[in-house]
Design a protein around this ligand. Structure first.
Ligand code: VTB
Ligand code: MG
Ligand code: MG
Length: 326
């Protein structure tokens, strides 16, 4: 076995059950305008499945601290306590608002990594930039201006900037960024939520129409996205936004001493990483959960950094009781 394949390979299949269960639970109540209901359903289902897995797991990126999140909190131990020791980053429902509105690209996501190899990011904002595989390292960077990044990517592609599409969260904090990117001639896909999907989409521009991800989103989502991109290939950087004394101190307690530091993708997720995402609502990459009269269909992608294998799993579930259906 290659030195870098440190996680049990059976986990690359087992992990799919976890995101499938969360996605089905959330999808059952998608489009109801109730974010809390969908989120809670996903959290409960993900936790139940996680605790069936043969892992000695510890959540390092989760739903929050123990006192604010009753389940899947940071530090919670999950699994049957047998098998590999794994650090876990999860977001049972990434895009609660898009799920509540039944808009595209809500996902259930999780990453398993070797102990100590995920950035223990506090729940603050993170500035991010990401592109897919096949480019020279450092082609885009948070150290460059948005204009320089778009132009560098266009040049590397051998196209004009007007052939580039950037994915950016639709937030007022991005008004200057949006203006600058449009001034280069590039197009922007403005998304309401769901920047884990936004980053992953850069890995397959032909399929998704997204060439580059830019802007400020959640830091936990940044680490999850970095874990995914490590597996499929690409480059990403992240910088925590620690804009208050309280946040700087909170980060320091989590071992982050330099508040200005720019993290590479590898610094956010190193070692052997397994990532899974199941579509909750239909998206550019994954179909959402489909409910039939006697079966449920799910669409999942599972990837692993040490081998680079990307598996798409379309599952037909007929044991509906397992999903709490009657
Ligand atoms: C993003 C997005 C998430 O949070 O990270 C975003 O991917 C950032 O926070 O789906 P704001 O909504 O405060 O801008 C989410 O929207 C929710 O987790
Ligand atoms: Mg969430
Ligand atoms: Mg989220």
């Amino acid at each position: 076995m290659a030195e870098n394949r440190r996680l049990d390979r059976i986990l690359t299949l087992e992990i799919a059950r976890v995101t499938e269960a969360a996605a089905v639970a959330a999808a059952r109540v998608r489009g109801r305008g109730d974010e809390m209901l969908a989120d809670q359903a996903a959290v409960d289902a993900m936790r139940t499945e996680l605790n069936r897995l043969p892992i000695d797991g510890k959540i390092v990126i989760g739903e929050g601290e123990r006192d604010e999140a009753p389940m899947l909190f940071i530090g919670e131990e999950v699994g049957t306590k047998t098998g590999d020791a794994v650090d876990i980053a999860l977001d049972p429902l990434e895009g609660t608002t898009i799920c509540a509105k039944n808009l595209p690209n809500a996902l259930a996501v999780i990453a398993f990594a070797e102990k100590g190899s995920l950035l223990n990011a506090p729940d603050v904002y993170m500035e991010k930039i990401a592109i897919g595989p096949g480019f020279q390292p450092g082609l885009v960077s948070l150290r460059k201006t948005p204009t320089q990044n778009i132009e560098a990517l266009a040049e590397a592609r051998g196209v004009k900037p007007d052939r580039i599409t950037a994915c950016i969260l639709d937030r007022s904090r991005h008004s200057a960024l949006i203006q600058e990117v449009r001034a280069t001639g590039a197009a922007i896909r403005l998304i309401g939520d769901g920047d884990v999907a936004g980053v992953i989409h850069t890995a397959d521009p032909e399929e998704t129409g997204v060439d580059i991800y830019m802007g400020i989103g959640g830091a936990p989502e940044g680490v999850l996205a970095a874990a995914a991109l490590r597996c499929i290939g690409g480059q990403m950087e992240g910088r925590l936004i620690l804009d208050s004394k309280e946040k700087v101190e909170r980060a320091a307690r989590m071992g982050i001493s330099d508040p200005e530091r720019i993290y590479s993708m590898e610094e956010m997720a190193s070692g052997d990483v397994i990532f899974a995402a199941t579509g909750v609502t239909d998206g550019n990459m994954l179909e959402g959960v489909a409910f039939g009269p006697d079966r449920i269909e799910t669409h999942t992608v599972v990837m692993r950094s040490s081998t680079g294998t990307v598996r798409e799993i379309r599952a037909r579930h007929t044991d509906l009781a397992k999903f709490g259906e009657t």
